[in-house]
Design a protein around this ligand. Structure first.
Ligand code: ADP
Ligand code: ASP
Ligand code: MG
Length: 418
């Protein structure tokens, strides 16, 4: 039997009516002759609610217990969707991560797949079952504890199943009808793309476009999974949505394909650290060990101290997610206490956002940075940190200008035009 993977995100299973709607989409594929593996998210809002419970109970919580709590939302929707399908006379069975088993690393809250053995689900299909409904976002560690894959992780579960079971396609059903030039919630000029290259999608996702979890795109690229994003609220067919595919399948080529933003960024500056060999390692080693996801890094030019101080100093600035600032500060205080570093102070700016423009066309076109900076300066938006790579340019700005900046860049690169 040909096999499809269908994933329904939180808004697509938000209540019983929407679960029924999802079940009808599954039913249509079964009627077309497919066996289906359905990956479900928790009902929208449920995971956030449980994260709140954990944080309200324990500030520097044990990640094993975090996973025990936050993984539970997916168990509910998996069971409910299986029941709804059974009501429609479709042979369906739900699976929690440990039952498959979805084997992952023990990196709680941020686990990665180790293996997804097919035998149990294959055996069920062989018995005549048509649908396996699998709880997304979760797995089980070698120690036998429940793990989760990081926020938005159900997308990655879906792609991993598509790869493991050789699915014809992996369809990600969500509350938008595809991948847009930017988040359609920020500007109504955003344009839906029919196709987007893996590499561009990977950058957009990792720079904040949460329509797909970054790792899902990574996996799809590596295992050549045909990955599609489409709406669960509209009638859809084989041509709906956005196909994420290889660069050479795409005819349209613009220098910039999309604008992404990330709201929850913080900028941390260590003031006057010693400027000596090894200082960066002494700072970023402990941050990594503390699980802080450092993103941009800027080291200012060295300033030779006249007067009382020992030698040259520099300011070291980095960005990380706002909810990791407390962890970062503690790691730095511990590094001072251990005699690894010294500094005059830590300055935290928790009100910044990161805006990025992405496009594979940048590889061969100059002037993208200039256009970007000009567009921002026209809106009087001050740039705090800049980072570039082959196919993206990112800036940190005050969060209050985030929407304005996205709109200005969308206009400046004429992304509304095909
Ligand atoms: P789900 O619950 O289905 O996983 P998400 O909320 O995680 O859905 O992702 C879908 C959301 O991603 C959309 O509602 C949209 O606001 C947001 N989004 C951000 N950037 C983009 C983009 N470039 N294209 C489409 N959607 C985007
Ligand atoms: N429910 C999880 C989250 O909200 C996983 C997902 O929806 O993909 O992050
Ligand atoms: Mg999502």
């Amino acid at each position: 039997m040909p096999l499809l993977v269908m994933k329904f995100g939180g808004t697509s299973v938000a209540d019983l009516a929407r679960i029924e709607n999802a079940a009808k989409k599954v039913q249509a594929e079964v009627a077309r002759g497919y066996d289906v593996i359905v990956i479900v998210s928790a009902m929208s809002g449920e995971t956030n609610k449980m994260v709140g419970f954990v944080e309200g109970t324990s500030k520097l919580y044990d990640a094993r217990e975090y996973d025990a709590v936050v993984s539970s939302g997916e168990n509910v929707t998996a069971g409910l969707l299986a029941l709804r399908l059974q009501e429609m006379d479709i042979a369906a069975r739900s699976w929690q991560g440990w039952q498959v088993p979805i084997n992952t690393t023990s990196a709680h809250a941020n686990a990665r797949f180790v293996s997804i053995p097919r035998e149990h689900i294959d055996a069920k299909f062989a018995e005549g079952f048509k649908v396996a409904v699998v709880a997304g976002f979760q797995g089980v560690s070698a120690e036998g504890r429940v793990t989760t894959l990081g926020r938005g992780g159900s997308d990655t579960t879906a792609v991993a199943f598509a790869a493991a079971f050789g699915a014809e396609r992996c369809d990600i059903y969500t509350d938008v009808d595809g991948v847009y030039t930017t988040d359609p919630r920020i500007t109504n000029k955003a344009r839906k793309l029919d196709k987007i290259a893996f590499e561009e999608m990977l950058e957009l996702a990792s720079l904040g476009a949460k329509v797909l979890q970054t790792r899902s795109v990574e996996l799809a690229m590596r295992y050549k999974v045909r990955l599609r994003v489409l709406s669960s609220f509209e009638d859809t067919d084989e041509n709906s949505g956005t196909l994420v595919c290889d660069e050479d399948e795409i005819m349209e080529s613009k220098v910039v394909s999309g604008v992404a933003y990330s709201r929850d960024e913080a900028k941390v500056t260590l003031v006057r650290v010693e400027d000596r060999p090894g200082i960066a390692a002494a700072i970023f080693g402990p941050l990594a060990e503390a699980g802080v996801n450092v993103d941009m890094i800027v080291q200012n030019i060295s300033e030779v101290e006249v007067g009382s101080v020992k030698g040259a100093t520099t300011d070291m600035t980095f960005s990380c997610p706002t909810n990791q600032v407390a962890r970062a500060q503690k790691a730095m205080e511990d590094a001072v206490a251990a005699g690894m570093i010294t500094y005059d102070g830590i300055v935290v700016d928790s009100d910044v956002a990161k805006i990025s423009v992405v496009g594979i066309g940048m590889r061969s076109h100059a002037g993208v940075a200039a256009t970007m900076f000009k567009a921002l300066s026209k809106e009087n938006v001050n740039i705090k940190v800049i980072a570039t790579s082959e196919i993206k340019i990112s800036v940190l700005i005050d969060r209050k200008y985030m929407e304005l900046a996205v709109q200005a860049l969308h206009d400046a690169f004429e992304l509304e035009k095909a």
